[in-house]
Design a protein. Sequence first.
Length: 334
Amino acid sequence: MVTIRDVAAAAGVSVSTVSRVLSDQYGVSEATKREVERVSRRLNYRPSAAAASLRTRSTGVVGMLVPEITNPYFPAVVQGVEQEFARVGVDLILCDSGNDVDAEAHRLDTLLRRRVDALIICPVDTERSATALRSIAGQVPLLQIDRHAVDNVDFVGVDESSGITQVVAHLAANGITTAAFVGSAAGISSIAERAQAFTTACRAHGIIAHPVVTVTDTDVAAGRQAARDLLASTDTPPPQAIICANDLLAFGVIAEITAAGLRCPQDIAVTGYDDSPAAELVGLSSVRQPLSDIGREAVRLVRNLSSTPRSVRLAPQFILRATTPPGSTPLLRL
């Protein structure tokens, strides 16, 4: 393995000079800098990351922990964060907690032992993740993304209320008078906010809101079960619209509506949330989150530390497609 001493000997300079050149410090002439860089490339020298971290107390690595990488939302968010960090020469270590709070705590401990410079996390559960987050908040810069579990830690997400309000306003403008919201049980802060916004927006727009349908998961199967429950109810007629907390639930709802011999949107309109790539393929009306902006803001907060907790809420946008009435409201249509 080529060492810094080999580079110094080949370039005819001291080890300290090579160190200054490679760490981009002042005090080295341009000619010497070019020669050291040329020799480093010729010898294929790779500086020791461990040694550099001991000198600078920085590893140049940020850890990121998500609850479910198979959810279409998270790969896009991770990509946005990784691309922004790559622009400034920071590497990203990604972990998946599998929607398990114990696994989440273990992954956080692992990342801390890897001496990451900061941690970005989408918490599994609003309440049960809080203990682990509080315990590490004072050890390393911490940022919550999409969901939050503790109030005194930086957060980047979207204005959930705005996204749902846009959906409800569109439905009301096109004659919808009854609607239901399908989302997971308490524990996911972003979905809880969407459920609350649904109730508030329906009241404001004169739509009769069915009780929120809670599901134990946020996948296609859970969406199908929720639709079966709504269609099987003998107390009230099925709602004219079903607003889902994410696109996967919406796909399941549409599949069950179709299986029951109903049409979407003629009989029941359906909307999703996240605007995943599959949403465009199937013509699902959904709420688009500004994923690249989320990544940009996450990197900005991590790189600019503050003693005061900061919360950034970005504006989402309702995307009108085939699963809701065409209408004439001034919305982006794809």
